[in-house]
Design a protein around this ligand. Sequence first.
Ligand code: 13P
Length: 250
Amino acid sequence: MRTPIIAGNWKMNKTPAETKALIEELKPLVQYAAATVVVCVPAVDIPAAVQAVKGSKIKVGAQNVHYMPSGAFTGELSAGMLKASKVDYVIIGHSERRQYFGETDETVNRRVLAAVEGGLTPIICVGEQKEQREAGYTDALVTYQTTIALTGLTPQQVRKVVIAYEPVWAIGTGLTATDEQANETIGVIRKAIAAKFGRGAANRVRIQYGGSMNPKNVKGLMAQPEIDGGLIGGASLKAEDFAKVVNFDR
Ligand code: 13P
């Protein structure tokens, strides 16, 4: 059995003061959740988030990590820096970074290796664009993205990572993949992992759905056997909505 994992991706939202306020509001609402709960906050909000989650079950994540341990990489953060700041998770390869910031499958892979070696749990994003789904490329694409992202990890390391299947056309659009579409594609991702790292690793790895997931559609998605959680954008910015997603099983 895989423990569900619900993570908020705050994207470029909230100041440190707003971070403290949102987490304080969230804490009592998710205290008894069965799922792992993560908030992935902007880098400047990490200290406020780490302070605010104390005494709760909420874990803190970052939204990116560089692949080098240190050096002349203006604007970047290393896994060691994040770990020293008490970050546990890091989103890697979000489609917004692939679209706007030149992220490729190869750089995603390098970041994943750096994160794992640095003791962070990566939340690795994969997913197709609308045209790719319409052209019938979804399965081949997510298989490729997943395989490249995990290259160089051992099966023992793979079983601890988190994958987020985020169809690009469902992000921030209010459109969601149907429960069956999401389940089927996540099944394809799990098969790709099994082919390369074995059934044991594939059965353990947690794979989330992301893309307009909210209090209304979470139950149906989470009832699917392959779907182990969610990566939540818009609905993670309001404590009440995010708590409802986290507590989908009640
Ligand atoms: P929305 O939930 O706002 O569609 O965003 C999803 C997402 O990109 C999470 O990483």
